[in-house]
Design a protein around this ligand. Structure first.
Ligand SMILES: [Zn+2]
Ligand SMILES: [Zn+2]
Length: 367
């Protein structure tokens, strides 16, 4: 297989609004690129080596989610930093406890005497078991992490997002055990609204700019407002947002995907996964080792194909996309094939049969 960048092979995620791709082949460093096609803004999940990512795409990145800072997940940080200088725009970086200091040390290893005030700034969010702490790292204060307002309490079970984006998409997190903390992320799109065009008839209304105005008022909960509805005869009728909402709008429910990597198969990791990822539309999961290497997987605190398939089935995910394969295998196809065989079988099982297989696997790796 050629080593050409996969950069161009974007895939639709849910709707044409989002596209994603893995920057590298699955036996290389993890980095999942997600772009919102409407805003042109992108985020990364992990930041391994990214030399095959085009500068054009890298410049669109404004938010980065890091699972943990093993080198294969964080070595690309310098490339992100480098390409954004001199015209740096604030970047948000989310990761495990201690990452603000780690970012500081990475940046502090360079000399920065020629920058202007506040030219390079990172907002860093650290996820701990009971709160999200936010720090600002700015060249003006020598990049030393400065705590930003009150930290967010998430001790009541991660029911609050660790980050909300401008377009109301939300990101939730869970801390998995990889010997060190490894953060799993859930990305949830906001509910959206669209007009049921068949219902426009009953109002005698025609399509026009007013529909956009209506949707934006509904999305910002301004139900008491009135807007001018364009009628078929070219006149306007003034109607309440709440009435229009009930009569002609349809809700597009939120969609979600999970990104989980670098953790081992255990009862407690499974429990945490169930608390956040149950029923997600798509799950990106590591699947580092083949089934026969389950002992190695336990030692290195990673999953096997069988374990990834058991997890996806237990979480009742609609689709699974595996990545982060060991380089010890001659090609990535063999990992994918073995995974698919397991997943196709496990996802059809009833929950008691599946639980039995999970217990069997937990027992096997203990021995
Ligand atoms: Zn890794
Ligand atoms: Zn790791």
């Amino acid at each position: 297989m050629s080593d050409e960048p996969k950069d161009v092979l974007m895939k639709d995620l849910f709707t044409k609004k989002y596209s994603y791709f893995f920057v590298n082949k699955h036996q290389k460093d993890p980095c999942l690129y997600l772009v919102n096609n409407l805003t042109g803004r992108a985020c990364l999940f992990d930041l391994g080596e990214i030399h095959s990512l085009s500068g054009r795409n890298l410049l669109k990145v404004d938010t980065v989610f890091i699972s943990h800072t093993h080198m294969d997940h964080f070595i690309g940080f310098d490339d992100l930093l480098r390409i954004n200088i001199p015209s740096f725009k604030l970047k948000t970086l989310v990761g495990p406890k201690g990452i603000a200091d780690q970012v500081y040390h990475r940046i502090a290893s360079y000399s920065w005497n020629l920058l202007e005030k506040d030219q390079v700034q990172f907002l860093v969010k650290e996820i701990t078991s009971n709160e999200v702490k936010t720090f600002l790292l700015s060249n003006t204060t020598g990049f030393i992490p400065q705590p930003v307002n009150a930290s967010k309490d998430i001790s009541s079970g991660l029911s609050y997002p660790v980050l909300s984006l401008d377009n109301q998409d939300e990101i939730y997190a869970v801390i998995l055990d990889h010997g060190i903390d490894s953060i799993g992320y859930l990305y949830k799109t906001a509910s959206k609204f669209k007009v049921d065009t068949s219902k426009l008839e009953s109002l005698g209304a025609s399509q026009g700019k007013w529909i956009g105005e209506l949707i934006s008022k509904v999305e910002s909960a301004q139900f008491e407002d009135y807007i001018n509805v364009e009628l078929k005869d070219g006149t306007y009728s003034r109607m309440k947002v709440e009435t229009l909402y009930h009569r002609i709008l349809e809700v597009i429910p939120p969609r979600s995907f999970g990104y989980i990597t670098d953790f081992y198969f255990s009862e407690s990791n499974l429990k945490k996964l169930k608390s956040l990822f149950y029923g997600v539309d798509l799950l990106f999961s590591e699947s580092t080792f083949m089934d026969e290497d389950y002992k190695k997987a336990r030692l290195k605190k990673h999953l096997t194909t069988r374990q990834a398939a058991l997890i996806g089935s237990a979480l009742k995910v609609d689709k699974m996309n595996i990545f982060h394969f060991s380089r010890s295998y001659p090609d990535e196809k063999m990992v994918e094939t073995e995974f698919n065989q397991f997943f196709d079988r496990f996802k059809t099982l009833d929950s008691s049969r599946l639980d039995h297989l999970i217990q069997e696997e937990l027992q096997r790796i203990k021995e």
